[in-house]
Structure formats: C-alpha cells, structure tokens
Design a protein around this ligand. Structure first.
Ligand code: ZN
Length: 134
C-alpha cells in the first residue's frame, strides 16, 4: 500500500466529487485511458499542462512531442512536480509517475524519448488540464 503522505490529500469521497469517473479510474485507480481518446494529444499551443487533481503545473508545452503512441508525451516534467516509482503490475517492470503534490497517477516513463533527456513521459491526457500561455 502507498503510505507516502502528499501535501494535498483528499478522502475517496472528495476525489470522486472532484474528478470525472474516467479521471478517477486513471488517477486514483492507476488506470489507462484509451489511446488517442484525449483531445490534449493534439494540443500544440504554447502553455502549461496542470494536474486536474490539485492544479499543480506538471508539464510545459515546449517539452511535449508527438510519440505516435496515442498518449500525450513529454520529454521532462516541471522540476519537482512529478515523482516516479517502480510499477510491477501486468508482469512488466515499468516506471510509474505521479503528481508530487497530490499523489495522483499520471502515466509511465520510458527511456526511448528524443533528446535532450532521452525520456518519454507517457501521460494520460485526462489527468491534465491545459492552460494556453497568456
Ligand atoms: Zn496533483
């Protein structure tokens, strides 16, 4: 079980009230949205992607790239905003990433991304909200 304490904590009822059923399944149930299902995949404007669980800025549009996977993909998060843990579910060893502020599941990290980091943060778009740069 996850015993880590986050700066933002909510009860299960509070999470269900704040999130849509799909967001809840992904963010609190470690689910995965259907590839290509989220409009944020096609978001190309300059701006910031924030956590729908706690409003913390997580990713900048300049580090977003088209990975061809059907999920929004980023080179690197905003420093300190995302934490990684090892995920051994489904018989695979993957790096899971979640919001450092509220602990909500975001997606997984793979080491096959483009330069400069070589990382690919493969993120469920429903966990993000986009704010265009002013
Ligand atoms: Zn959050």
């Amino acid at each position: 079980m996850d015993t880590h304490t986050y700066p933002v904590t909510r009860t299960d009822a509070e999470w269900r009230a704040r999130l849509t059923p799909e967001q809840y399944a992904v963010m609190r149930g470690h689910g995965t949205e259907r590839p290509g299902s989220c409009a944020l995949l096609y978001e190309k404007r300059a701006g910031t992607f924030s956590c729908v669980g706690c409003d913390q800025p997580l990713f900048e549009s300049k580090l977003k790239f088209e990975s061809g996977t059907g999920w929004p993909s980023f080179n690197d998060p905003v420093p300190g905003s995302v934490e990684n843990t090892v995920d051994r579910s489904y018989g695979m060893i993957r790096t899971e990433c979640h919001c450092a502020r509220c602990g909500s599941h975001l997606g997984h990290v793979f080491e096959d991304g483009p330069p400069p980091t070589g990382l690919r943060y493969c993120i469920n778009g429903v966990a993000l909200k986009f704010e265009p740069a002013a």
